[in-house]
Write a protein that binds this ligand. Structure first.
Ligand code: AMP
Ligand code: ZN
Length: 481
């Protein structure tokens, strides 16, 4: 089976062929931590999670990198408006770093509640300023930049393939569509690589640079950090469709200009929007719901995960409370069926042990194969869910084999079906289990990145909480001491 993805570059389905066979380097644009992530944002991160889990299941060794934007993202993507972090800090009377820490924690809490695996590398913009400066210098040395009004700009006119992915044409550039025009720019699509204090007097976080004391533009952080952790060319980059025309276009221009290598990224994945009453869900317009809003309304975060999996990532998805209610009911009946299946499998196993019979043959294999094929065909989660349901409804599949296949499927779907099939120890609540499992995942990622100090630290902190980890050939298991 070949793994196929829809590549925004070229706008077609393409077989995934990584740079290094068997490995996949993946960068997904992470959150700007000035407010809670909204449920539309979570759609993007669930897609990243499904991509990572599907690639791993297909046998790829995946390195997943996610950035945390804690500096430099203005309220408009095109260098206009206020700094999002500074604005939020001002409104709440806290420092920018306090705001960043608070919302970063809130983001990972939401992610873990939705069973989104922790990326292999999580990197903060404020901790990579040196890398950004070094990358900008490479562009500068090659003549791709100019200084104006105290800022350093990327000169799009010097980069002929600018905007190829977004199908933009340079001669059609018009600044008129924007509310605010930066008169320092030679071309409307030029963008800031480095802001100096002269433009934003109230910027709390500033660094020295060859262009003056200031701070980086938003796009440069993704180029600098992805290159640092994945190399000058890598396999997959993802984000929402709103990022195609500005953010990802600018990331590409900077990276290819600096390194002279093209393509910078082989496969670009973009998720369509989650819409609320036909409007785009937007933090700045104040029209958004958070995961906590759904929890407060009586939903489990996994109801929302199930709801998202019911739509293909390239189709717009309309959010409504009625459809979330539908997802909740469907997930409830899914869990009931898995519990029932686990009970039957247990009885069968006991009966077989008594009579000496082995388990019957594997009719479940066809479902598992179709499930894998669905995900390997541009991550079709609706089709994959249909295969799971088909298996659970098929009376002819031997329960033990069916249960094993269901749990295999759940390794990608992330719906906690394992928990349903083996009830947790008394007193153990779901939140605690997810928290432990998220830490186990983080430790595995640290081990993979050879950060043994961090890995051991996580093991010790779990031990303090009475959780023992056992590393075995099929992964890490945990148990209560
Ligand atoms: P931001 O924090 O605004 O950079 O957004 C984080 C991620 O969520 C990006 O990949 C966006 O493209 C994506 N995104 C933003 N709004 C939505 C939405 N309503 N539906 C799906 N994805 C979205
Ligand atoms: Zn980005």
């Amino acid at each position: 089976m070949t793994f196929t993805l829809y590549n925004t570059l070229g706008r077609e389905l393409q077989v995934f062929r990584p740079i290094v066979p068997g490995k996949a380097g993946f960068y997904g644009c992470g959150p700007t931590v000035y407010a809670y992530a909204h449920i539309g944002n979570m759609r993007a991160y669930v897609l990243h999670d499904i991509l990572v889990r599907s690639l791993r299941r297909a046998g790829f060794d995946v390195t997943h990198v996610m950035n945390i934007t804690d500096v430099g993202h203005l309220s408009g993507d095109n260098d206009e408006g206020e700094d999002k972090m500074v604005k939020s800090a001002g409104e709440r009377g806290q420092s920018v770093l306090e705001i960043a820490r608070f919302y970063t924690d809130a983001f990972f809490k939401d992610s873990s509640r939705m069973n989104i695996l922790r990326p292999t590398v999580v990197c903060r913009a404020t901790e990579h300023i040196e890398d950004m400066i070094a990358l900008i210098r490479r562009m500068e040395e090659k003549g791709f930049t100019y200084e104006a009004g105290g800022n350093l700009y990327f000169d799009t006119a010097r980069f002929p393939s600018y905007g190829e992915m977004a199908l933009l044409r340079l001669e059609n550039q018009k600044a008129g569509a924007r509310i605010e025009v930066d008169h320092n720019k030679r071309n409307a699509r030029d963008f800031v690589l480095w802001f100096t204090k002269s433009k934003f007097e109230n910027q709390a976080l500033v660094w020295d640079s060859p262009w003056g004391r200031g701070y980086p533009g938003w796009h440069i952080e993704c180029s600098a950090m992805s290159i640092k952790y994945l190399g000058e060319q890598f396999d997959i980059h993802a984000g929402g469709i709103d990022h195609i025309s500005v953010h990802h276009t600018n990331e590409t221009a900077q990276s290819e200009a600096a390194t002279g290598k093209s393509p910078w990224v082989r496969y670009w994945l973009h998720n369509e929007f989650l819409v609320l009453d036909r409007e785009k869900m937007s933090k700045s317009a104040g029209t958004f719901l958070t995961l906590q809003n759904l929890v407060d309304a009586g939903f489990d975060p996994l109801d929302y995960r199930y709801f998202l999996l019911g739509g293909h990532y390239r189709s717009q998805l309309q959010f409504s409370w009625e459809s979330l209610e539908g997802a909740k009911n469907a997930r409830k009946s899914l869990v009931e069926r898995v519990k029932n299946l686990a009970g039957r499998a247990e009885k069968r196993a006991q009966a077989a042990a008594n009579s000496g019979d082995g388990p019957a043959s594997g009719a479940q294999a066809a479902y598992l194969e179709a499930f894998d094929a669905a995900l390997e065909n541009d991550l079709s989660t609706p089709k994959a869910l249909a295969e799971l349901w088909g298996l659970l409804r098929d009376p002819n599949v031997e329960p033990g084999g069916a249960l094993r296949a269901v749990l295999d499927m759940d390794g990608v779907l992330g719906l906690d079906l394992k928990e349903a099939s083996s009830p947790p120890a008394e007193g153990e609540d779901k939140e605690t289990i997810r928290e432990i499992e998220s830490l186990v995942g983080e430790r595995n990622a640290a081990k993979k990145a050879k950060d043994f100090v961090k890995a051991d630290g996580i093991r010790d902190s779990l031990k303090e909480k009475g959780v023992i980890l056992e590393d075995g050939p099929s992964g890490t298991r945990w148990r209560r001491a």
